[in-house]
Design a protein around this ligand. Structure first.
Ligand code: ADP
Length: 265
């Protein structure tokens, strides 16, 4: 290839806005995660932050692809791609050969089954209930007066994991408040909260035939406590990556690159 092709992938979720700038379909040259999503300033801030990191202007980007819940709000996008396709593509890029993807975002949880060639074969999702999603973790972190980013390391210190019996976020919230009032150790509570999310994610994965390697995407992949709890529930190794939250944006940027190749045919 003689000419450098720069593409942008933007993933507008319910909770965060992510942007990637990709060079020639193979090298990430800038990335941004802004902790507010669709309907906020997050989408434009994520684009500006990625362009600043790359010291570029938007006119230097050949193709822009948008994905995620808020993808249709990106007026500068040349194409839009579904979240499922982008997470499958981005996960395969971060973890070549991946066969099962677990994506836990701010308001939903998805399990994807991929072919050996990386094509999406099947999926199941929960987008009806906050339990088992990042929102559940955010609600619980607030009660515990913690940030969601603190949960993973506290889980490591748990000795007697507390069972959270309520399957509904609102009832689980009351249950955690009551446990706190009884003086239960915070680390044991956090481990119980993580198990509750893991049980829900694992039940989705089990509805597909779990094929390894298993890779986790979405912001909750940053929480090592949840990753470990899912491993225990499924009894398989669950891989992740520091860029797992950006998988959808990476997938979109790769679709944009593939689109640019078709255009130049
Ligand atoms: P969406 O794409 O649906 O907007 P994300 O995939 O970006 O959401 O995931 C957002 C969720 O990720 C948050 O609700 C939070 O639970 C979790 N999260 C984000 N950053 C971190 C972090 N540093 N540590 C732990 N959890 C995180």
């Amino acid at each position: 290839m003689n000419e450098t092709v720069l593409t942008m992938g933007i993933d507008i979720g319910s909770t965060t806005s992510k942007c990637i700038i990709l060079k020639n379909g193979s090298e990430i040259i800038a990335q941004a995660v802004i902790p507010v999503g669709a309907g906020t300033s997050g989408p434009s801030r994520s684009i500006i932050a990625a362009l600043e990191e790359a010291s570029m202007s938007i006119s230097e980007i050949q193709i822009i692809a948008a994905t995620g819940y808020g993808r249709n709000s990106i007026k500068s996008a040349d194409l839009t791609v579904t979240e499922l396709s982008c997470h499958a593509k981005g996960a395969s890029w971060l973890c070549p050969g991946v066969r099962t993807v677990i994506d836990i975002g701010g308001q939903d949880c998805k399990a994807l089954s991929l072919s050996a060639g990386g094509d999406l074969e099947n999926f199941v999702m929960n987008d009806k209930c906050a339990a088992g999603t990042g929102r559940f973790l955010e609600v619980m972190a607030k009660i515990l007066e913690l940030d969601v980013s603190d949960l993973g390391s506290l889980d490591e210190k748990a000795v007697n994991r507390v069972e959270i019996s309520s399957t509904c976020t609102v009832f689980a919230e009351s249950e955690v408040i009551s446990q706190l009032a009884q003086g239960v150790d915070i680390c044991d509570l956090v481990a119980g909260i993580h198990r509750s999310v893991a049980v829900r994610a694992a039940s989705l994965v089990k509805r597909l035939r779990t094929k390894e390697p298993v890779f986790m995407t979405g912001g909750v992949a940053n929480n090592k406590g949840v990753v470990r709890a899912i491993e225990k529930e499924l009894n398989v190794r669950v891989m992740t990556n520091p860029q797992a939250q950006l998988a959808g944006a990476i997938g979109a940027a790769i679709f944009a690159f593939e689109h640019s190749l078709k255009r130049s045919d």
